[in-house]
Every structure is written in C-alpha cells, then in structure tokens.
Design a protein around this ligand. Structure first.
Ligand SMILES: [Zn+2]
Length: 633
C-alpha cells in the first residue's frame, strides 16, 4: 500500500505497483484481475485439451466431439489448402437472391443457419410471464459499436474509414476485384446507414425493459407489408403466433421503408459483407487475422491471437459449457461448491436485515423485497444440467469431406431448432447463461436467480489463504453486487417470480427513482483521463456496486475478524486494470460497467466508513461530502 496516496487516489495506493508492472498481452486490449484469472484458466484448459488429444480415455462423448472439432480448427495446413472454398456455399446462396421474394423463399433456412439477414427472431423468456417463452423480433447490429459514433462527424469519418480499410483488405483475400470491393462496401455502408436512425444507442439499450414491446399479429402485418414477417415467425416456431415482442419500435415502424425492393441491391451487398465478416474466422489463417482487424483497431489490441490459441477458442466456444462443466467438477468440486453456497446465503441474510432496517421504504414494499430475496435461487460452481443440443452435435471431420463452415452450419441448425422449439414452453431455469470456466457472475431478473461460475472463485476474489475481510471485500462484494441487481433500476421492475410487475408503493418508487437519479449524478461527467463517465449508461452497475460494498462490509464486520483496511484494499484490488486508450474510450461509450478506477474510488468515497477510517478531509481528493453520498441498499 502506498500510504501517501490513500487520501488522493486509493485505487493507485493499492494497485500502484501492479499498475507499473502489469503487461497487457499483445493479443488483448487490457489486463485486469478478471483477465489474469481468465489467462490462468485459459492455460489450464489449453493444457487439458492437448492432454485429451493424446489420450481420450474416460472422456464423455461431448468432450470427444470437442477434441475432434479442435483437431479441425488447429489444422491450418488444411484450412489454407481449402482457402475460401468452404464459404462459397454461403456466397452462392446470397448471390442467387435477386429480390425480396427470393429472400422470402430462403429466409427460414438463413434463420436456422444464422446466416446474417437485416432482421431476425429469437425465443426468450416473456417479461410479463417468466414461466413462458415468446418470440422477439429485431434488426441486426450496426457495423460500428454504438450509434453515438455515427452522430459525431469526426468519429464517424475515422471509424468508417477504418472499417472500409480493414474490410477492403479482407474482401481482397476472397478474390473480389477492386471495383467489386468498392461497390460492395459502399452499398453495405449505405444499407447500414438506413439502420442507424432506427437503432438504439448503448444508453437506450441499458434500460432493457424498454426492449419489451408486444405487438399483435395484425399490427405487425400492417407494418411489414413488404415482407411476410409473421408467416416466417409461425414457420420457425411451427405454431400460430399471436404477437411478437418488438425490441425496437422505431425499426418496425420504418420496416417497409427500409426493407423495400428499391433497397434490395444494397441490402444484398450488406449481407455479403456481413457474412464474410461473420465467417472469416472459419477460413485460412490469413483471412481469420484480416477478419479480426477492425475489432483489434477499435479496441487497441496489438496483435491477433496465436494460431494455437485461436484454434483452441474456436472449438471451445462451441463446447464451452461442456468443457466448463469438466473444469467446474474437477477444479472446484462439491466441497467448495457448498462453502460458497453458504457464503451466498449469508449475504442474502444480511441483505434481508438491511431491507428490514431500511429507513426510506414503507413496510409494504419491504415485505415484497424480502419475498424477492427469499425466492432468489442460487447456482454456484457448475450447473446440474447442460443444454441438450450438445448431444446432437456430430463432428464429421475433413476425412469425410467436411470443413469448418459445414460443421458450423450443422451445429447452428441444431441450436437454432432447439431455441425455436422453446416457443410457448416453460423455460428450464437450470440451464446457465455462461460456462463454469468463465470468470464472471450474473443475476437473471427473469429467473430471479444468481449464478457464480467456478472460475471467479479464486484469488483475489476468494481464497482460503486470504483473510475473511479480504474475501468479503472481494467475492462477498461481488455476491452482494449480483443480489443488488435484483433491486437496480432494471431489476426492481421484476417481481419475485421474474415477471414485470410493479410491487412498489407509489411513494417508495418515487424515492427509489430519485436515488437512482442521484447515483447518475454522482458518476456522470467524472473524468477518467480517457473521457468522462456516462452516469446514465452505468447507473444499474453503480447501484449494484454500491449495494454490494455496503452489504459485504456489514457481513465482514459481523464476522468478528474484521479489518477495514483489508476489506477496502481488496475491494480496490479486484478492480485493478490496465487498458489501451482505444479500449477505454470504447468502453466509456458502450459498457454498462463504469471505468474500473471509479468503481474502486468513487464507491469508497461514497462510503462513510471509508471516510472515517482513513480520516479523509475536505481537502483530500477521495473526499465526498456526506450530503452528496448516495446510499440505496
Ligand atoms: Zn453487474
């Protein structure tokens, strides 16, 4: 700890030495506590993979399929020999389209194979009734990561220039002539431009309840006269569909003016460019490197992943839950699983007490909040069940005339069929949204459920070698952070069953909304050295951090071996991160999580205990006047 920096910049006081010495890997945009753990797991999994390659005794069928796919992804000689030929199947399909009528004929096939089209469907839980699953409909993503880039002429020119240069290079590897490339890119960008005004910004998307806009069948039909959207919906789910959930009303309202025969030519070029970008990772080494160039430039990543790493991830990403389950069972195990479960329930208990003692809520709202906490389900370590589609996967291999694109299309079809099959059925809440080997955690508002994959349960978050206060400042705060998402500006709109339902008294809701506004104000415009923080974009995460640190601190104090310094220092430690300027600027625009330095410092400044313990005075940079402190949970 650099004592002299405690009152000016606590994050640097704790992490100064790390910040000086940490090296951002060439194929990453950043390094952080999260990423350090991730790199450790990456090594474990890559070592395991090469062991399995040599000896498959005892492996289950799905792990054997993973290895078989890995042997294909790592065979760059074969990939280079095949060149762009595997992509020709997709290119031919798109090239044969000459009108919206043709797209109408092929649309379901494209939807099942995840071949990019300007709009598409997804089956997800119904916000109004979390025990059912419904069909959502929306437009494809833009080429640039956020609408704000298009609004600012300077950034637009710069990024479109970058996109054009990297995509030109990529298309040239597919053998297109200079004229063809210019035409394809300018037309694709012209179509992209039509989508910009009807796409939500990252700030708008952060209010995710607003993507729930049910529209009756007849209304959808009225708005989509140029293309039979409803009949495709029914064909894909093989049932009658009475309504669609529109993720962005602006898009459906403009549907007929965008999806119009007169735009077909530019839409077709958009499809060619989008699919080349999407499938470039399945081709030669040169093409997969070129295909990642725009993303690397955007995030300030110096180099592409090595062939070895890339090949591993390509196979792993397809089988992540299968490999993750092996990791969880063998590197975490049932004893740790129970330990951590106990700790989560301890945090939920503290949370309940805090709600009971809360001074700004009425009894009626408190009762509902406690009900929500009592029904919160907790998943730790690794899941009890995997999605069933892995069992249907079949890897054919090059020896049977297959290639990576054929394999991808075959697996995608199985997954898509599984997803569309879920329509109008009860969801399986035992299936996780991330693999056990991922360093992360999440709260699902529609399941009222928190999930802690095995991977995050390591130092500095959690270790039996750390003091209890350090563990509370690490994993304890992460746990309480996830619990707090049940009560952030989005989660608070869902009830204990995971359905959208206002369970607040009018007065309490008003008080909560005012507090959320105060949280926005606390972070909004705060300089980070790379640009100001956007308080609105990051409000849900800041509410969760603030609830998380308060609840974890209380748990730590109750533990009996509490040390304020150990707790605060580990809180700051878990947020250590070093990143390229480009990556920091990108995150400031698109990430709902605030910049790590603020997650550490602002949340501590906002804590009376921190101010008192270090005797922070008005003249100190870490000072925040008590009347400006925002405490919600
Ligand atoms: Zn969060």
């Amino acid at each position: 700890m650099r004592k002299e920096q405690i009152k000016t910049n606590y994050y640097e006081a704790v992490n100064g030495e790390w910040l000086e010495n940490a090296v951002i890997p060439g194929d990453q945009p950043s390094i952080s506590a999260f990423l350090e753990l991730h790199l450790g797991i990456e090594k474990t999994l890559m070592d395991l993979t090469s062991t399995w390659e040599k000896d498959q005794t005892g492996l289950n069928d799905n792990l054997k399929k993973f290895i078989k796919l890995y042997q294909m992804t790592k065979d760059f000689d074969k990939r280079n020999e095949l060149g762009t030929k595997p992509f020709q199947v997709i290119l031919d399909k798109i090239n044969k389209l000459n009108s919206l009528k043709d797209l109408d004929i092929k649309f379901d096939e494209f939807a099942l194979e995840s071949i990019e089209t300007p709009f598409g469907f997804a089956v997800m839980q119904d916000f109004m009734n979390s025990n059912n699953q419904v069909l959502y409909f929306g437009a494809s993503d833009l080429f640039l990561p956020d609408t704000s880039y298009y609004k600012d002429e300077k950034s637009k020119e710069q990024l479109i220039g970058l996109f054009t240069a990297t995509t030109t290079q990529l298309l040239s590897l597919f053998g297109f002539s200079k004229e063809e490339i210019e035409k394809l890119i300018s037309e694709a960008l012209a179509f992209d431009a039509l989508l910009v005004p009807v796409t939500k910004s990252s700030v708008e998307k952060a209010d995710y309840v607003k993507m729930y806009n049910p529209l009756k069948k007849a209304e959808v039909e009225k708005l989509t006269q140029n293309f039979p959207v409803m009949s495709h919906a029914e064909k894909l789910v093989k049932q009658e569909v009475d309504q669609l959930i529109i993720t962005n009303l602006d898009f459906i309202n403009a549907f007929d003016s965008i999806i119009d025969e007169k735009n077909f030519k530019i839409m077709k070029s958009w499809m060619i460019v989008s699919n080349i970008l999407q499938f470039s990772s399945d081709l030669t080494d040169e093409i997969r490197v070129a295909g990642g160039a725009f993303g690397r430039a955007l995030s300030g990543t110096k180099e592409a992943r090595s062939k070895e790493k890339f090949a591993f991830y390509q196979a792993y990403n397809r089988f992540s839950q299968v490999v993750g389950l092996f990791y969880g069972e063998n590197y975490f195990g049932p004893v740790a699983k129970n330990d951590v479960k106990t700790m989560v329930h301890e945090m939920i208990g503290i949370y309940k007490e805090r709600i009971t003692d809360n001074t700004w809520l009425n009894e009626k709202t408190k009762e509902k909040a406690i009900k929500k906490l009592s029904t919160l389900t907790v998943h730790v370590g690794y899941p009890d069940e995997l999605p069933p589609y892995y069992d249907q996967f079949e890897i054919k291999g090059y020896e049977n005339g297959s290639d990576l694109i054929q394999e991808k299309l075959a697996m995608t079809k199985i997954v898509s069929a599984f997803n569309f099959e879920k329509y109008n059925k009860e969801p399986n809440k035992n299936i996780w949204g991330m693999p056990a080997s991922m360093v992360n955690a999440y709260y699902s508002p529609t399941n009222n459920q928190i999930v802690f994959p095995a991977a995050i349960l390591q130092r500095p978050y959690y270790s039996i070698d750390q003091t209890p206060s350090e563990n509370y400042g690490g994993i304890g705060a992460v746990m309480a952070h996830e619990i707090s998402h049940a009560f952030d500006n989005n989660g608070a709109k869902f009830d204990e069953t995971g359905s959208l339902n206002n369970w607040w008294t009018e007065e309490d809701l008003e008080a909560f909304n005012q507090k959320a506004k105060d949280m926005i104000a606390l972070f909004d415009g705060v300089e980070t050295g790379f640009g100001p923080c956007n308080g609105t974009l990051t409000v849900s995460e800041n509410i969760a951090d603030s609830g998380g640190i308060r609840c974890a601190l209380e748990a730590s104090k109750k533990n009996g071996h509490h040390s304020d310094e150990e707790f605060f220092a580990n809180w700051a430690r878990v947020w250590r991160s070093k990143a390229s300027t480009e990556y920091r600027q990108l995150l400031l625009r698109v990430d709902v999580h605030g910049p790590s330095i603020l997650r550490a410092n602002m949340q501590l400044s906002n804590l009376p205990e921190f101010q008192e313990f270090y005797q922070i005075k008005e003249s100190d940079q870490m000072y925040l006047p008590k009347e400006k402190m925002v405490s919600i949970w």
